[in-house]
Design a protein around this ligand. Sequence first.
Ligand code: PMP
Ligand code: GLN
Length: 383
Amino acid sequence: LVRRMRGYGTTIFAEMTALAVRTGAINLGQGFPDTDGPPEMLERAAAAIREGFNQYPPGPGVPELRQAVADHHKERYGLAYDPDSEILVTVGATEAIAASVLALAEPGDEVVVFEPYYDSYTAMIELAGAVRRPVTLRPVEGRFTFDPDELRAAVGPRTRAILLNTPHNPTGTVFTRDELEVIAGLCRDRDLVAISDEVYEHLTFDGAEHVPIATLDGMRERTVMISSAGKSFSVTGWKTGWIAAPPAYVRAAQTVKQFLTFTASAPWQRAVAYALREELPWVARLRETLQANRDRLITGLAAAGFRTYTPAGTYFVQTDIRPLGFDDGHELCRALPSLAGVVAIPTQVFYDDPAAGRHHVRFAFCKRPEVMDEAVARLAALS
Ligand code: PMP
Ligand code: GLN
């Protein structure tokens, strides 16, 4: 294995899912739902296969899906993108992130990321030979946020991009317009690209509004906006994502994407195009179910002794384990199947700063209500 990948080993998601499988514990670790997405969308995928939609689709993506993404962004956010030159379909948001980072960061360039960071960000920055500059999100009055001065201090002469994620995995923070304005101001002043991971754009609670950074003044022209179908439509295994960005960024990402995968799988693209047009009411119901799950889980975690941070978006609850008498999240997560029959994710692996992350553990609530109830009942064993 090349030197720059040696620190990466097996991802925490694979490790913790294997632990759940081995022990039979309820898997609130890796974030994937245990129910299917909208039935008609599933049928559209099956129909696409039956109808022979099974060969290489065009590299930039099936026109139907590019149009549906463009219409979605226009209707939902008032952002106009040309489906031919400004949308690129990718193999999940993961490939969109990979292609964007590899296409935009030269070796030695710096990329600012907020920690806890999603693990693929740092791996891709490393593969690009670039350098990450983490800015820590810390709890302030029960919500994770950043210090604008720390963000400003992280931007230097070699900074090329700020990679952000809102709604944020794992803290559940939905960046406010004010927070985004700080990031946008830096992008404008220092001529940076915003690479914006918005895979949880539809999963917000209590009326929290998801604001794409591309909607802020002067940002559409310097933002690579990324999303995918996995979370919105409960099809994490379909790995269908997309980039919306000005033509030069889309061309750059596509140049890289050609040699990562050339193109994304065909049948899902048709089904996702349908879902983006017709199934947002289904997503609204999913959001309600998730919000009820969130509240159930938070009550259970608090009763078990965790300090919880109520997420405004995503399907994760970030916790602090110190009130339980534990300090090391990884150690607790390894023991959790035997202590309580549940699996979670130690988010310390998403921090450069061990002191900031060591005591945080993330629980997913994208499971059926009865599974959440059973998990909560089991967690009571900890108290
Ligand atoms: N970004 C974040 C913040 C995520 O949580 C995930 C997990 N699905 C991804 C990107 C990857 O998305 P996809 O499965 O579409 O590649
Ligand atoms: N995005 C999901 C999570 O955060 C799954 C990630 C993965 O398995 N790579 O749990």
